[in-house]
Design a protein around this ligand. Structure first.
Ligand SMILES: C[S@@+](CC[C@H](N)C(=O)[O-])C[C@H]1O[C@@H](n2cnc3c(N)ncnc32)[C@H](O)[C@@H]1O
Length: 276
């Protein structure tokens, strides 16, 4: 990959996904796209870019998203933050929903990868349906740009490695063993979760998703530059009910952007709340 090809591809990727590869990531991008260029029988990266920008570009774009995204995730990821959701955020969200006269709670896992995050939230909601959530129905929207991981999320079958943070009781309660190292989430969790594509740089699309009581957007903002982060946060802000929570990854402080959220300190975790 020449420096020129890298810059052209990097700008294309940035425009379509918000993911920004600086010069030190040339090798990474090359590594990810090499196989695809070979598979398509193309002569090089310039031809690949022409394909992406040509009439068949729409279909190839989906494949590009699969190739360039990093999808690492696991159940109960960052336990202190999940526990803050369980103990503080969810009860507050339930109370605020009741005060609004709503009988429905809507959670959004924005950048859900293969589903571990939304199903973790579903497990918690299932366990509290007759207590904290009594009288409320729950809808968890799970979105991503990689069709490959969303297919895995829809299947809902996982190996034990990604379940490593769960207790045996949690595994027993929410999964059906489907093979020697295959555990399928129970239908009641699947029913709570709706998986569909949503590109976080689809600025005009946020509104169509409706309003949310809690948004999880963890471990994706790190791939964006400041300009994109500010717009994504604005999108979340507009789709959150007043005083509702936004939970980002533990290394993803949004404090400096001052976009209408207040910082909250939980025990060993942080979160944000929409002001007002
Ligand atoms: C590292 S995973 C995080 C998964 C999960 N939120 C967690 O914290 O475990 C990042 C995900 O962000 C998705 N992603 C990257 N850019 C995106 C965009 N522009 N819109 C939506 N999802 C995106 C990737 O496909 C990937 O699945």
């Amino acid at each position: 990959m020449t420096a020129q090809e890298f810059l052209a591809l990097r700008d294309f990727v940035y425009g379509r996904t918000g993911i920004f590869f600086n010069e030190s990531k040339q090798y990474f991008l090359e590594n990810r796209l090499q196989r695809r260029v070979g598979e398509l029988g193309l002569r090089g990266y310039r031809e690949y870019l022409d394909l992406l920008q040509g009439p068949k570009g729409r279909d190839e774009l989906k494949q590009l998203f699969v190739e360039i995204t990093t999808n690492e995730t696991s159940f109960w990821r960052n336990p202190p933050q999940i526990e803050a959701f369980q103990k503080t955020v969810l009860p507050e969200a339930a109370q605020m929903a009741r005060e609004r006269g709503s009988s429905r709670l809507r959670l959004w896992s924005a950048a859900c990868s293969s589903g571990e995050e939304p199903y973790t939230l579903a497990m918690i909601c299932q366990e509290t349906k007759d207590t904290v959530l009594r009288g409320l129905s729950v809808e968890i929207l799970a979105t991503d740009i990689s069709e490959k991981v969303m297919d895995q999320a829809r299947a809902g079958v996982y190996g034990s490695y990604t379940l490593r943070n769960l207790t045996p009781t949690q595994r027993g309660a929410h999964f059906i063993q489907a093979g020697p190292d295959a555990f399928e989430v129970k239908p009641e969790l699947k029913r709570m979760v709706t998986i569909r594509p949503f590109n976080l740089v689809d600025w005009g699309g946020y509104r169509s998703l409706g309003f949310f009581d809690v948004i999880f957007c963890r471990n994706v903002l790190i791939y964006f530059d400041e300009a994109v982060k500010v717009k994504v946060l604005k999108g979340f802000h507009e789709q959150l009910h007043p005083r509702s929570h936004l939970l980002v990854g533990h290394s993803e402080s949004i404090h400096s952007f001052n976009v209408g959220f207040e910082l909250l300190h939980f025990s060993k975790a942080m979160g944000y709340r929409k002001r007002g």
